[in-house]
Design a protein around this ligand. Structure first.
Ligand code: ATP
Ligand code: MG
Length: 392
C-alpha cells in the first residue's frame, strides 16, 4: 500500500485575505523552502488551502521544529497521505492508533470531497469498530488520548493524530518594508521579531556617536542582525553618525531636555532615511512608561516632528515579557553585553518625563539642526547582513 509521510501546513489568518491569498501562499511557500533548505530530500506542493511538505526520509521532528519558527503558519500536522480508497484509509488509521501512546481514541472524519462514496458517519463507525476489535483501546469522544483525524480531499485522504501550533502572523515579505530604530539594547531586536511576525520586512537604522560610543556597539548590532538573519535572510543596516547633533544638543539645551531633543532628531533622521529607501513606516522598541522618554507626554512631544506612521510593537509589554521573547529568539545574551550607547553615555540625572513643547522648540531654535541632519545623512553608512547562500 502506498502512503506518503508529509507535513500539512495550515495558514490561519491568511484565509481572510481574499484575492491576495495566492500571493501570500506563494510568499509563504518561498519562505518555507528557504528555511528548510538544509533538508535536501524534502519536496513541496502548493495547493489552494494548504502547503504540503513531503519528508522523503528526513527527520520529522527536526523539520517541524524549524517550521514552528516561520511566520504565517497557523498549525502543522504530521500526516500520511493515502489514496482515496476506504480500505487503505482504515488500515492507516489502525496503524496510527497502534503506534500512538494512550488508552482512548476518537475518530474525526472531515469529507471535503463529497464524491467520496462513504459518508463521514459510516466511515467513522467502520474505522472505530475495527480499532475496538484489534486493540485494547476504548472510545472517548471528549478527551481522547489519541485523536485520529481523517480528511478526505480531492487529491487524496490524509490521516493524522499530531497537530502543533505554528508561529502565527503573516509570511515575511508580504506586508511591505519598515525602518526600525535599532539600539544595542534588549527591546529593539524583539520589536524586529514582532514586525517580522506580521509579515513586514525590516531595515535597521542605528545612531552612533563615535568616539563616545566605540566599535563594540556596532559589533553588537552586527551580532543581533546576524541572529535576525535566521528569520529575515537579507537585512540592510543604516549607520548614522549622531555625534555632532548630540554634542550640540548638550551645548544649547538644559540637560533635562537633552534626551527629548535627541529623540526628536532621531525621528527626523529616521523619517528621511525611511523616505529615501521606500519604507512605509518607522518603528522602535518603545514601551510606554519604561523610561523618561517613553511616558505618553514624552512620546507626544517626540512624535510631533513626523507625520510618518511610527510603529511600536512593544508599547504595552512589560520588561519581563520582552526579555522572555529576547531569550526565545536568541538576542538576549547579545543585548546584555556591556556597551556604551549614545543615550546611555550622556544620560542626564533628571530627564523630563513631561517635556514642554514650547521649551523644546526654544532650544531647537538655538541651532541649525537641519544642516546637522543633512550632514549626518550625507555620511550614512550601509551594511548588509545576509545568510550565506541566500537566494532572495
Ligand atoms: P532598547 O533596549 O531597545 O535599547 P531602551 O529601553 O533602552 O530600548 P531607549 O534607549 O529609550 O529605550 O530607546 C527606545 C527605542 O529607541 C529603542 O528601542 C530603539 O528603537 C530606539 N533607539 C534608542 N537608541 C538608539 C540608537 N542609538 N540607535 C537607533 N535606535 C535607538
Ligand atoms: Mg537603549
Amino acid at each position: 500500500m502506498s502512503s506518503e509521510t508529509m507535513i500539512m501546513v495550515r495558514f490561519g489568518e491568511l484565509s481572510t485575505k481574499g484575492r491576495n491569498k495566492k500571493d501570500f501562499i506563494h510568499q509563504l511557500s518561498k519562505n518555507i523552502k528557504r528555511a528548510l533548505k538544509m533538508y535536501q530530500n524534502l519536496t513541496y506542493e502548493e495547493l489552494f488551502d494548504h502547503i504540503y511538505v513531503s519528508l522523503n526520509g528526513e527527520d520529522p521532528h527536526a523539520v517541524l521544529t524549524r517550521m514552528q519558527e516561520i511566520s504565517g503558519i497557523h498549525s502543522l500536522s504530521l500526516v500520511k497521505r493515502v489514496p482515496l480508497n476506504k480500505e487503505e484509509i482504515i488500515h492507516e488509521c489502525l496503524n496510527q492508533t497502534k503506534c500512538a501512546v494512550g488508552k482512548t481514541f476518537k475518530i474525526i472524519v472531515k469529507r471535503a470531497n463529497k464524491a467520496f462514496p462513504t459518508s463521514s458517519d459510516t466511515l467513522t463507525r467502520e474505522i472505530a469498530s475495527l480499532i475496538l476489535k484489534q486493540t485494547d483501546l476504548k472510545v472517548d469522544v471528549h478527551t481522547p488520548d489519541i485523536p485520529i483525524h481523517v480528511e478526505i480531499r480531492f487529491e487524496a485522504a490524509y490521516v493524522f493524530s499530531i497537530t502543533i501550533k505554528g508561529a502565527g502572523g503573516y509570511p515575511l515579505g508580504s506586508g511591505g518594508k519598515v525602518l526600525l530604530m535599532l539600539s544595542g539594547g534588549i527591546d529593539s531586536p524583539v520589536a524586529f521579531h514582532m514586525l517580522n511576525k506580521r509579515g513586514l520586512t525590516v531595515e535597521a537604522i542605528h545612531f552612533a556617536s563615535p568616539p563616545y560610543t566605540n566599535s563594540g556597539v556596532i559589533e553588537k548590532i552586527a551580532d543581533i542582525l546576524t541572529k535576525m538573519n535566521d528569520y529575515q535572510p537579507l537585512i540592510r543596516l543604516h549607520v548614522i553618525r549622531f555625534t555632532e547633533l548630540q554634542e550640540t544638543i548638550y551645548r544649547v539645551s538644559d540637560e533635562s531636555y537633552a534626551i527629548t531633543l535627541m529623540r526628536r532628531m532621531m525621528y527626523r533622521l529616521a523619517e528621511e532615511v525611511a523616505k529615501k529607501y521606500h519604507c512605509l513606516a518607522i518603528a522602535n522598541g518603545e514601551s510606554v512608561g519604561q523610561v523618561a522618554s517613553q511616558t505618553l507626554n514624552s512620546i507626544q512631544v517626540i512624535n510631533a516632528v513626523t507625520n510618518y506612521p511610527v510603529l511600536r510593537p512593544l508599547i504595552s509589554f512589560d520588561k519581563e515579557e520582552i526579555i522572555l521573547i529576547a531569550k526565545k529568539i536568541g538576542t538576549y545574551d547579545i543585548s546584555i553585553r556591556p556597551y556604551e550607547d549614545c543615550c546611555t553615555i550622556f544620560t542626564p540625572k533628571n530627564p523630563k518625563t513631561k517635556p514642554s513643547l514650547e521649551k523644546v522648540v526654544y532650544y531647537e531654535n538655538k541651532f541649525d539642526y537641519s544642516k546637522l541632519i543633512q550632514e549626518a545623512l550625507d555620511r550614512e553608512e550601509i551594511i548588509y547582513f545576509k545568510i550565506k547562500d541566500n537566494e532572495i
